[in-house]
Design a protein around this ligand. Structure first.
Ligand code: FAD
Length: 460
C-alpha cells in the first residue's frame, strides 16, 4: 500500500517561509514523501532591504518583488494566496479568508508589523515602509509635497511641506533618511525651484546613538556622514505625538511637518497572538531551540514573529533577514529529519557581520570583524544584496536599472494626490494626512474602508 504524502504547510512567503519552502521542495523533489504548500496574503515575495530605495524612487516594484507562481511553476511548491485568519492546532487545520488547509507539519513565518507603542496619533499619521505599496506611497507623497511647495507662497507652510521626520535610527531609518536625501539632492532639487535651505530631514532615535547593532565607531562614522550632508540626527529623542500638521518630540518640541516616516519598531504579526504558546514581552512566540512549540511539536514558528533565545548569551536573536532565512532552513531540515526518522537539530546562528547603505554611493560594512565604509562599502553592499535576490530576473533588472540610474534621472512622475493618499490610509483604516490648500480628498461612495471611507490603491 502506498502511503499518503505528508502535508507540509508554510505560512508566509517572506524570508523565513520562502527559504523553508524552497529547502523542503529541493530536498523532497521526486520523493513523493510530502507535498509542500506555501500560503501568503500576497502572491509575491518582497525583498524588504530594498524598500528604502523604492521609497526614494531609485528602484521600482519589479526589482523587489518576485511572484510565487514563477517558483511554483518550476515545481518548487504549491502556492495558495490567502490571508491566514485562524489556527486550529488540535484539528491540524489553518483557516484563511478563502479556504481551510489541513497539515501534518506546519511552519509559521508571518513576520511582523510596525509597532507604534500604543500611540494612536502616531499610528494614524505615520507612514510605514513594510510593503512595496507603502514604499511607493512614500515616494508619491514626497514628490507631491514638492509639487505643492513650488506653488506655496507662505514660507512657514513651505517649510512645513519640506520638513521630513524619520523616526528610528536602526538600519531601516538610516537608509530611508539617506535615500530621501539622495532623491532630493540628485533629482528633486534639479526640477523643483525650492530653496535648499528650506528643506529639513531629521532622524530621531530614543537611544544615545544611531545603529545600535553596529560597533560604536562605525555608528559614529555613519552619523558624521549623515550630519555632513545636512541631515539632522536627534539622539535621546522620542516621538510622542503626531498629527497631519506636526510631530511632537519628548512631549515638548513641536516640529511642523506633514511627513513622519516610521522605522522605530516592529512587533510580531497580531494574528500570532492566537497561537496557544507562551509569548515574550514583545509578543513573539516562544519556541524551543528546535524552533517548535513544546505542546505541538509538528508546529514551527520562525522569523520576526518568533522569540528564539541564543543559548550562548541568553539573548533573543534579532528580527533580521539572515536570521529568518537560517531559521527557515533549520525548520525545514527538522521536518525532513522527522520524516526520515532522524533527531531534530537545534538552531544556531553566528553573525558574520552587518551592513547598512548610506545613500550617495556609500555604505558601512562590518564583515568578520573587518570594518570599512565609503565607496568600497557601497560596492560590497550592492554585491551582497544582489546575490541575495531570489531570481535572475530581479538581479538582471536591478543591475540594469542601477546602470541606467547612473546615466539618466530617476522617474519623478507620481499618482494624483487622492490616490496616493488612499493607498497610505486604507490598510490601517485611518484618515489621510489633512489636505493642503484645495486638494481635498472627498469620501468615495464606492469605498471599501469602513472607518475612513476610502478605497485602497493596490491594497489587498
Ligand atoms: C523596510 C525594511 C527594511 C529592512 N531591511 C533589512 C535589512 O537591510 N537587513 C535585514 O537583515 N533585515 C531587514 N529587514 C527585516 C527583514 O525584512 C525581516 O527580518 C524578515 O523579513 C523577517 O522574515 P519573516 O519571514 O519573519 O517575515 P517577512 O519577510 O515579513 O514575511 C512575512 C510574510 O507573511 C505574509 N503574511 C503576513 N500576514 C499574513 C497573513 N495573515 N496571511 C497570509 N500571509 C501573511 C506577508 O505577506 C509576508 O510575505 C527590513 C525590514 C523592513 C520592513
Amino acid at each position: 500500500m502506498t502511503r499518503k504524502p505528508a502535508q507540509i504547510v508554510v505560512l508566509g512567503g517572506g524570508f523565513g517561509g520562502l527559504y523553508a519552502a524552497m529547502t523542503l521542495q529541493r530536498e523532497l523533489a521526486g520523493s513523493g514523501a510530502a507535498q509542500v504548500t506555501l500560503v501568503d496574503r500576497r502572491n509575491y515575495f518582497t525583498f524588504t532591504p530594498f524598500l528604502p530605495e523604492v521609497a526614494a524612487g531609485t528602484l521600482g516594484r519589479a526589482h523587489v518583488t518576485y511572484p510565487f507562481r514563477f517558483l511554483a511553476q518550476k515545481g518548487r511548491f504549491h502556492f495558495i494566496q490567502g490571508v491566514v485568519r485562524t489556527f486550529d492546532l488540535a484539528e491540524r487545520v489553518i483557516r484563511t479568508d478563502t479556504t481551510t488547509i489541513p497539515y501534518d507539519h506546519l511552519i509559521v513565518s508571518l513576520g511582523g508589523a510596525p509597532s507604534f507603542f500604543g500611540n494612536p496619533h502616531i499610528e494614524a499619521h505615520a507612514l510605514t515602509l513594510n510593503s512595496v505599496d507603502k514604499a511607493l506611497a512614500i515616494r508619491n507623497h514626497i514628490i507631491h509635497l514638492f509639487e505643492h511647495a513650488v506653488v506655496e507662497s507662505d514660507p512657514l507652510r513651505r517649510r512645513q511641506l519640506l520638513t521630513f521626520v524619520v523616526a528610528g535610527a536602526g538600519p531601516c531609518g538610516v537608509e530611508v533618511a539617506a535615500e530621501l536625501h539622495h532623491l532630493i539632492r540628485t533629482a528633486l532639487l534639479k526640477y523643483y525651484s525650492v530653496d535648499p535651505s528650506e528643506i529639513r530631514i531629521l532622524v530621531v532615535c530614543k537611544g544615545d546613538r544611531i545603529l545600535p547593532h553596529f560597533a560604536r565607531e562605525m555608528a559614529e562614522t555613519g552619523q558624521q556622514t549623515l550630519v555632513k550632508r545636512g541631515i539632522e540626527v536627534k539622539l535621546c529623542t522620542q516621538v510622542t505625538g503626531a498629527s497631519g500638521e506636526h510631530v511632537e518630540f519628548n512631549h515638548q518640541e513641536i516640529i511642523p511637518t506633514r511627513t513622519l516616516i516610521w522605522a522605530a519598531g516592529v512587533t510580531p504579526n497580531p494574528v500570532l497572538a492566537q497561537l496557544p504558546a507562551p509569548k515574550s514581552r514583545q509578543g513573539g512566540i516562544v519556541v524551543d531551540e528546535f524552533l517548535k512549540l513544546s505542546e505541538f511539536p509538528e508546529v514551527y514558528v520562525i522569523g520576526d514573529g518568533a522569540s528564539v533565545l541564543d543559548r550562548r548569551n541568553g539573548r533573543p536573536y534579532p528580527a533580521l533577514a539572515p536570521v529568518a532565512i537560517r531559521q527557515g532552513i533549520r525548520a525545514a531540515g527538522n521536518i525532513l529529519n522527522t520524516l526520515q526518522g532522524r533527531v531534530r537539530e537545534p538552531f544556531r546562528f553566528d553573525f558574520t557581520g552587518n551592513i547598512v547603505g548610506l545613500g550617495c554611493g556609500m555604505a558601512l560594512v562590518n564583515l568578520l570583524g573587518l570594518k570599512f565604509h565609503g565607496r568600497l562599502g557601497w560596492w560590497f553592499y550592492r554585491m551582497a544584496y544582489l546575490q541575495r535576490l531570489v531570481s535572475f530576473r530581479n538581479k538582471a533588472s536591478l543591475a540594469l536599472t542601477l546602470a541606467l540610474n547612473a546615466i539618466f534621472d530617476r522617474d519623478i512622475s507620481c499618482d494624483t494626490w487622492p490616490e496616493a493618499d488612499r493607498s497610505m490610509q486604507c490598510e490601517r483604516g485611518i484618515r489621510p494626512l489633512s489636505p493642503i490648500q484645495g486638494h481635498r480628498s472627498s469620501p468615495d461612495p464606492l469605498s471599501d474602508c469602513p472607518r475612513c471611507g476610502a478605497r485602497a490603491a493596490g491594497a489587498l
